[in-house]
Ligand binder design. Structure first.
Ligand code: HEM
Length: 370
């Protein structure tokens, strides 16, 4: 049934059919769960990992250098720890004013595409700045991110392969520069860790590509999905405009109701109940976030709802999104800026969706400020 999700604008009818089969079901060669408690349990259970039980990684044909997202402990723990300080809540809070300035500067048009002109450039600019990518190279990195995201579903094209070579060469150049002249950015901090032999050059490249791609291919859809949800629910939009302090509630409800990452998977390292050793389980985050056992009126977009337990939009357990604090802050800043600067914002034409089943979001969303 999972393959039917391709090309579906609304995955929820299919998720509901799967939910009707029980908390754990088998479909298309993988175990599947739509249950929030079960997905959460599996994500936190050390008997599951992201590699096969012999430590090998089941190649998905991706060109991306391996990163700690594809590592189990102890390598995962070591590499995540190196990247962590740059994303601490304190660091991110210091960064808020800069993000506010970027958001303001982007909202200068009357008619625009909310994705291409606002939701995408904001996180691209933020992550480029954090990593230490010069403005001149930002466009190259941005195109690359979009191609990588497309490759999750459609496989690797020649265009993607070329873009990959270019971006790896760009990172190589920046790494060489920072080895000579360190700055106050993530590339420099990774270069310092490499000098102390805490990670290899290949691991550093993998970390940088992960941060780059994870940094904006998801956040663009938090901003896009949230704005569309607000415009489609005028009472919620009105409430938020009257009470901008609800920005973080808007972020959380968007993440629950329309999570940018719809699914992830784990591999059993040993037999766990009916799941055999080295078998896959797909955790349907989009479905778990609307589990009626956990959230009353789960299909309703309601910024006033109490989020207990936390949604799974950022996953759970040891791979819990490292950029969650940053993404939340970017979302809050974006929604507040829109509500303040564009209270009459309205959709002016049909939206187009990404074809991906993993990443949920729009390709284009035409809007006008009045
Ligand atoms: C709304 C925006 C975002 C969403 C929905 C999101 C979602 C996720 C999810 C679901 C995972 C875990 C996947 C799994 O368990 O298999 C993850 C991991 C990760 N995310 Fe995010 N992410 C977002 C923004 C960001 C940002 C801004 C960054 C910053 C650079 C980032 C960096 C990472 C990293 C480094 C990991 C790997 C963590 C690990 O393996 O330990 N993410 N993200």
């Amino acid at each position: 049934m999972l393959e039917q999700l391709t090309g579906h604008e609304d995955p929820h009818p299919i998720y509901e059919r799967l939910r009707a089969q029980g908390p754990l079901t088998h479909d298309g060669g993988t175990w599947l769960t739509t249950s929030h408690p079960l997905a959460n349990r599996i994500l936190r259970d050390r008997r599951f990992g992201v590699r096969l039980s012999d430590g090998s990684y089941p190649s998905n044909g991706s060109l991306l250098p391996e990163s700690f997202l594809e590592q189990d402990p102890p390598d995962h723990t070591r590499l995540r720890r190196i990247a962590m300080p740059a994303f601490s809540p304190k660091k991110i809070d210091e960064y808020r004013t800069r993000v506010e300035k970027v958001a303001e500067s982007l909202l200068d048009k009357d008619e625009f595409d909310l994705i291409a002109d606002f939701a995408a450039p904001l996180p691209i600019s933020v992550i480029s700045d954090l990593l230490g990518i010069p403005d001149a190279d930002t466009a190259e990195f941005a195109d690359y991110g979009a191609l990588v995201a497309a490759s999750f579903d459609s496989g690797v094209t020649q265009e993607m392969a070329n873009a990959n070579d270019k971006v790896l060469a760009l990172f190589d150049r920046l790494i060489t520069q920072r080895r000579r002249t360190p700055g106050d950015d993530v590339i420099s901090s990774l270069v310092a860790a490499e000098a102390e032999q805490k990670l290899t050059a290949q691991e550093m490249l993998g970390t940088l590509v992960l941060l780059l791609v994870a940094g904006f291919e998801t956040t663009v859809n938090l901003i896009g999905n949230g704005t569309r949800a607000l415009l489609d629910h005028p009472a919620q939009w009105k409430l938020f405009k009257a009470r901008p302090e609800l920005a973080s509630a808007v972020v959380e409800e968007t993440l629950r109701w329309a999570p940018p990452v719809q699914m992830t998977s784990r591999i059993a390292h040993e037999q766990v109940d009916e799941i055999g050793k080295d078998e896959w389980v797909t955790l349907l985050i989009g479905a778990a976030n609307r589990d009626p056992e956990v959230y009353p009126e789960a299909h309703k977009f309601d910024v006033m709802r109490v989020h207990k337990p936390e949604h799974l939009a950022f996953s759970s357990g040891i791979h819990y999104c490292l950029g969650a604090t940053l993404a939340r802050m970017e979302g809050e800043v974006a929604f507040r800026a829109l509500a303040r600067r564009m209270p009459e914002l309205r959709q002016t034409g049909p939206v187009t969706f990404r074809e991906s089943v993993v990443i949920r979001g729009m390709r284009s969303f035409p809007v006008s400020r009045s």
